[in-house]
Design a protein around this ligand. Structure first.
Ligand SMILES: [Zn+2]
Length: 429
């Protein structure tokens, strides 16, 4: 373990925690996480940075105006609220339940990750921690998979004001589809996601063959794993893949989504990691000594999520935590053993080494599209022409989709392409 002291900060304020507690899929989780971290006196070892709600301009760095305007219409949501057709068009409904003051919720959540990015940009910290962020499924036009705002993309866009190349690493049990989609064509942001990939498991994307397209080809990496993947499997593939990606891409900054739902026993996950597996990955990243933002994400066993994020916080400040959970408001939730460690699964890991090596070989092939941080130059004029026409079709498809949504939402005026120039396809470099 590195003994070097890291200049680190911790994003926290009352409003950010209160709004995070209102997220329906993880109601009151934020308070539990915060209480455990405070009970270990870790906050004293970090510089606490208060966040402010993200500005409309910040949210527009990724999200469409029609989506943001719709969120503003969701003000009073009570038990009698009936989900309308417009809500469903914007992903509000089954997975992403509407809540009151939706726009406020979204801007406060995004504000946490904007504060993390600013802390890095201003040199306040080398490592910024925001356990209230990490909502990797949200798409430009809609909410998805419990995620109403993609604070990660907004954070990365802020970081890009200073850092040319940003590496995104996603440790959540679910594929980081929202972030990957945003940077599908980019060669300035590399997305690496390690996740469970099984038939019927959400979101259904994230195969090893998804490696980015056109100008972004080679700048997306997926490590799909069978369920019950344990620490040994995770440490093996991460050890092999992360360093190869890092050396090929040579990032200037790193953003890590530390979704805790790959922990053994998560009710929605199906992974089999313990705290050790996650911490090994995070330590590998910290050892690179690049400006780094650590974010939260999924995690539906709240006590285990709190244990993991407290442990990663301790890793950053180089403190060894007592295995006995200190007494605090949420202490009864840590019974019956009241200890910090998480037991691994009893069952066998379904991933075999031959499959993992096969996957790593494919990843190495995909990385060959990157040479010294540059995309391979087009070999022939015909090939170049073909890529340009494919890009045009891709852009037209997105533009048509946007216009279709635009016509459905009569109250919003977006008349031409220049009125909102932060489209996903503008992330092409
Ligand atoms: Zn997840």
């Amino acid at each position: 373990m590195s003994k070097k002291t890291i200049k680190s900060c911790y994003i926290w304020d009352e409003l950010l925690m209160a709004e995070s507690d209102r997220l329906p899929a993880v109601a009151k989780r934020a308070s539990r996480v915060q209480s455990l971290i405070a009970s270990y006196s870790l906050i004293n070892k970090l510089q606490v940075v208060n966040s402010t709600p993200a500005l409309y301009e910040d949210l527009k760095l990724f999200h469409s105006e029609i989506y943001l305007e719709h969120l503003k219409t969701l003000q009073k949501v009570d038990d009698d609220y009936v989900i309308g057709i417009h809500d469903e068009e914007f992903g509000i409904g089954y997975d992403c339940q509407p809540v009151s003051d939706m726009y406020k919720l979204v801007s406060v959540i995004a504000g946490g990750s904007v504060a993390a990015a600013k802390s890095i940009i201003l040199g306040i910290a080398d490592v910024a921690i925001n356990w209230f962020g990490g909502w990797h499924h949200a798409q430009r036009f809609c909410a998805e998979g419990f995620c109403y705002v993609n604070d990660i993309v907004i954070c990365i866009e802020k970081l890009r004001l200073k850092f040319k190349k940003v590496l995104y690493v996603d440790l959540d049990v679910h594929h980081g589809n929202g972030v990957q989609d945003a940077y599908n064509l980019s060669n300035s942001v590399f997305t690496l996601s390690i996740h469970k990939y099984e038939p019927g498991f959400y979101p259904g994307t994230g195969s090893v063959d998804e490696a980015g397209n056109l100008t972004g080809k080679g700048y997306t990496c997926n490590v799909p794993l069978h369920e019950s993947y344990n620490d040994e499997t995770m440490e093996y593939v991460f050890g092999k893949v992360f360093h190869k990606v890092y050396d090929s891409f040579k990032p200037d900054a790193i953003v890590v989504q530390c979704g805790a739902d790959a922990l053994a026993g998560d009710p929605m996950g199906g992974g089999g990691l313990t705290i050790k597996g996650y911490c090994t990955c995070v330590q590998n990243i910290l050892d690179k000594q690049k400006p780094t933002v650590l974010l939260g994400g999924g995690g539906y066993n709240y006590s285990n999520t709190a244990k993991l994020w407290a442990s990663i916080t301790a890793l950053v400040v180089n403190v060894e935590l007592d295995q006995n959970i200190p007494e605090h408001d949420y202490w009864p939730f840590y019974g019956p053993d009241y200890i910090l460690s998480i037991q691994p699964l009893l069952g066998r890991d379904k991933n075999c080494k031959a499959d993992l090596d096969n996957c790593i070989t494919k990843i190495e092939d995909n990385l060959k599209f990157i040479i010294e941080g540059e995309t391979i130059k087009h070999k022939t004029d015909a090939e170049k022409q073909n890529q340009i026409s494919t890009y045009k079709i891709f852009k037209e498809t997105l533009w048509n989709r946007r216009k279709k949504l635009q016509f459905k939402e009569k109250n919003v005026l977006i008349n031409d392409e220049s009125s909102n120039n932060n489209d996903v396809y503008n992330f092409i470099d």
